[in-house]
Design a binder for this molecule. Sequence first.
Ligand code: NAP
Length: 294
Amino acid sequence: MTRTAAFIGLGIMGGRMARNVLKAGYALRAYNRTAAKAEALRPLGATIAATPCEAARDADAVITMVADPAALAAVLEGPDGAMAGCRPGVLVIDMSTVDPGTSQAMAARALALGLRYLEAPVMGGVSAAEQGTLTIMVGGTAEDFAAAKPLLGTMGKKVLHAGPMGHASVLKLSANLVAALIVTAMNEGLILATKAGLDPALVAEVLAERAPLIERAAPRVLAGDFAARFPLKLSHKDVRLALATGRSLGVPLSALETVAELQTAALAKGLGDQDQIATIQVLEDIAGVRVRTR
Ligand code: NAP
């Protein structure tokens, strides 16, 4: 039974998820590249490690929650990487959003070292991470899924077995593809009606009926609150990974290509560390109007 977990990657999501693992009574060994974020967990009882390898030592399971495929390789591989510190048979659970090819390659490496591996990307934002109500999609064997379920249950209210390795990443990229399109559609609806002279608050109220995501995001556009909950640079990473996955499977994702272009323009304006809704600022500059509460 897993009682000691290593948690690697304590950013916006990981920091909140790790707190729930601790609260559930697991011993936690924490690592983050920027050490201050790991130190914040020390008063809660976590042991702080200097490297991913050190965090993995004595752990029954190793959780990673980092930005992208390159960050995942940085924390799992090499002499200081977590896989070098794991005991044989330890379950490595990657909860970052990556592409299916990355999950499959990393799982093969883990297997070759005598470890077990699951991909377990999450849906739900900052508040779901905080409340332990994430939807967690798992790819890997049924046996490893069953072994990981109690630990994953401390962070999510829905823990689903998506299928073999790679399927959970595809499912997560599909979900984020939809979110990126909804945000873009919301921004276009807001800018069109505002430019025509309508009150943005009225427009937001009506658009909110189209999707729960708009209901949550539109008030933040109106308030000019672009603080990152889901950073634009990470949304763009997911859009690019979805496009690459589409190309490898021969599936055209033409609407998503347009979203990628708008996001590229926003990144060029230096908005990458703001929230994904910040793409509206590109449209605002073009239209010469601000979508804010009057
Ligand atoms: P974040 O706050 O930017 O955290 C990213 C984490 O990755 C940080 O711990 C960061 O370390 C680490 N990292 C980045 N590059 C690294 C490298 N080269 N080597 C080692 N560590 C590295 O982002 P987040 O929102 O928590 O996202 C984490 C993952 O969850 C991403 O895959 C994201 O797509 C996914 N996700 C996010 C949300 C959301 O709403 N935010 C929702 C679902 C899924 P530092 O602290 O040192 O930078």
